[in-house]
Ligand binder design. Structure first.
Ligand SMILES: [Zn+2]
Length: 180
């Protein structure tokens, strides 16, 4: 779906949600993304519980701990979404950026909106969750791309990698090394 599909949608603004330096069109799109991300998290949370049960006997203690941490990140991201502040900027240095753990603002570059035309709104929702995941203590891994199934990298476990959460929005939840 293209960005223009959302141009007429006036999103619901939580009283704590602020928008800075964004056009009306971009603000509406971001409000829609925030609603979509919560829905996507709900789907992932449900699937996580189902699959953890389904593959119970195959999971190592380490994998169970990773899943517990993922559940925490997802719950945190959902909470964060309700209070997040959107800020737009024009440099195309990153698609979007935010701070690690602290703060309450996610910054979206023009590239973020351009990519939504190019790759569709699910891609943009996935990037949105990636940023929320950073605010919940996850990192970026340089040797991992969100189009490949999540894996542990050299120093970062898949549960601590923001790309994992992005992947789950794009391709659906799966347990790394168990069913993806
Ligand atoms: Zn990142």
């Amino acid at each position: 779906m293209s960005f223009s599909s959302y141009s007429s949608i006036i999103g619901f603004f939580h009283p704590h949600n602020e928008v800075r330096k964004c056009s009306t069109e971009k603000s509406s799109f971001l409000a829609k993304m925030r609603e979509d991300v919560v829905q996507e998290i709900n789907v992932i949370q449900k699937k996580l519980l189902q699959e953890a049960r389904l593959f119970q006997s195959e999971l190592s203690t380490k994998q169970r701990i990773k899943l517990v941490f993922s559940r925490w990140v997802l719950a945190c991201a959902k909470r964060r979404a309700a209070y997040i502040k959107h800020q737009c900027y024009t440099d195309d240095d990153y698609v979007a950026k935010t701070t690690f753990l602290v703060g309450n603002t996610v910054m979206f570059s023009d590239l973020y909106f351009k990519e939504s035309y190019r790759y569709g709104s699910l891609h943009s929702t996935a990037v949105y969750l990636h940023e929320l995941a950073h605010l919940c203590g996850t990192f970026d891994s340089l040797d991992f791309e969100s189009n490949n199934p999540p894996r542990d990298s050299f120093v970062i476990g898949w549960e601590s990698n923001a790309e994992t959460y992005e992947y789950w929005v794009k391709y659906g939840f799966c347990i790394p090394e168990i069913n993806c």
